[in-house]
Design a protein around this ligand. Structure first.
Ligand SMILES: O=C(O)CCC(=O)C(=O)O
Ligand SMILES: [Fe+2]
Length: 264
């Protein structure tokens, strides 16, 4: 069984990177490495303009890093049966998750952000107002001490929710294996009554904001995005639509990193 799994991993790596048997340069694609920590030197961050505190980095992990992260998760042995679809860790995280947290911090603090302040495009280096995480969260220690890995089969998702208050502000989600659309809706939806009919009409601001999470992408939520908006992944027929096309669903894995609130 283990030998079969090793064979399967080699087959996937070969599919992603080609046959590297005689190529010395490719020898660092090692299954032994917990997680390949060479970060993208220039990740592209996108501020989601409708939602304060929501940032998306589509090119956070290279194909190689995604493969080594998937391999590290698989090596944990958490998901040996199809019925196992979630694993949580608190406190001391696996080495690959500590390295992933370090990569998240680096991707945030070494990037330049294009943001719109007063209608003008400006480039800022991770300042409180413009970066994916305010500096008090970015530099806390540890950045994250709680991990959830979720595995979703086609059709499976997660209901609209706000993450529990026992977690601090500043939450990161890394997507792997396949794309999905995550929808954000305001936690307190507002209604206004129509004078004529007495019916409740939804405020136009009560939008549902779709975000495409591709494999290797990272989203970071803080402030309003974390506390005032719910997020959900509805993978029922008709909900996973992007640019007018229903996404072809496959197995998806995600890694959510959070920090537990201090207990008094
Ligand atoms: O799988 C995801 O992308 C989201 C997971 C999530 O929202 C959670 O675990 O709270
Ligand atoms: Fe969540």
């Amino acid at each position: 069984m283990e030998a079969e799994e090793g064979e399967e991993e080699r087959r996937i790596l070969k599919e992603v990177f080609g046959d590297s048997s005689d190529d010395e340069e490719d020898e660092d694609v090692s299954l032994e490495k917990p997680y390949d920590n060479i970060i993208n030197p220039n990740p592209n961050w996108e501020r989601i303009k409708e939602i304060n505190g929501l940032w998306l980095c589509r090119d956070f992990l290279s194909l190689q890093q995604q493969a080594s992260l998937i391999s590290a998760i698989r090596n944990e042995g958490w998901f040996t049966k199809v019925s196992q679809n979630q694993a949580m860790r608190f406190g001391d995280l696996p080495v690959w998750a500590i390295e992933l947290s370090a990569s998240i911090r680096e991707a945030i603090c070494f990037s330049e952000y294009v943001s719109e302040i007063g209608g003008e495009e400006t480039c800022d280096l991770g300042t409180e107002e413009t970066g994916p995480l305010p500096s008090n969260l970015l530099w806390r220690e540890p950045l994250f001490d709680q991990l959830i890995t979720n595995v979703y089969q086609p059709g499976e998702g997660i209901c609209a929710h706000i993450d529990l208050m026992r977690f601090e502000d500043g939450i990161a989600i890394v997507s792997l294996e396949s794309s999905c659309v995550m929808h954000f809706t305001r936690a307190e939806r507002q209604f206004c009554s129509s004078v004529e009919s007495g019916e409740e009409k939804e405020d136009p601001l009560n939008m549902k904001i779709p975000i495409l999470l591709i494999p290797g992408s990272l989203i970071v939520m803080s402030g309003e995005a974390r506390y005032l908006w719910k997020h959900e992944i509805n993978r029922k027929q008709g909900f996973q639509v992007w640019e007018g096309q229903e996404i072809c669903q496959q197995k998806r894995t995600s890694v959510t990193l959070r920090k537990l609130c201090e207990t008094k």
